[in-house]
Design a protein around this ligand. Sequence first.
Ligand code: A2P
Length: 276
Amino acid sequence: MTEQSPVTQTNAARVAQSPDAQVVTAVRHYTDSLFSFRITRPASLRFRSGEFVMIGLMGDNGKPLMRAYSIASPNWDEELEFYSIKVADGPLTSKLQHIQEGDHIIMRPKPVGTLVHDALIPGKRLWLFSTGTGFAPFASLLRDPETFEKFEQVIVTHTCRDVAELTYGRELVESVKTDEMLRELIGEENLDKLVYYPTTTREESAKMGRITYLIENGELFSDLGVPALDPATDRAMVCGSLGFNLDIKALLEQAGLREGANSDPAEFVIEKAFVG
Ligand code: A2P
């Protein structure tokens, strides 16, 4: 960081001194509004794929400015990965979007969350429904062998306004299918279980429309050649905007699936993607 105000420099120093400071190891920008980054992982941090932690920077008032972020890396990864929106006037992301390799950020090492296998009862088919940065927890789960050991089929849907916003998810799915290390870890025999269903709602693409619409009119199921949602066989994890989560929840409940929790596993679980 070269062009910093004195305030920002002071804050950077404060962040580095925090007992929860971690070092940024990589940053990648996808669009004007999306980026991913990786940080060091404390040796003592254990988490379940799909969980989130609080991460942040020091605010201008000298107090930590923390937000919930899904961990996008799997639980076996040596580093932690995050996938974030950039909001010009967002209290945290307006600053976070400028981080570079070698900078420090704060991470509270207390992972929690409901998008975990423990919150679902066994089933045949796992649906991962996401919009925007809601793909992040699924980037973790899709690199975890447990996801494929537990289900006969894993279908991940990702809906964004534009094609470029699908890049992070598309590359992640491709890496699971083509990266030698990931293929071996997940097991060649499991790779065919993974089905990727991207859609856009504004920019023209091969498949357009909100996923809720494609569920309601049955197009999702006919496109994939799978039966409609059935509580006997289907399990779902949902992560996106509040409106999206509510609309998907209504459709899942209409199909007879019940919402689960860590303490009371059932057929689907929901979490709101980080915004701001
Ligand atoms: P749309 O373009 O029709 O609003 P956002 O950037 O607003 O978070 O939206 C990300 C993606 O999620 C967009 O493609 C958007 O479609 C879609 N989306 C937003 N709200 C809903 C909802 N309630 N149900 C289904 N899809 C939604």
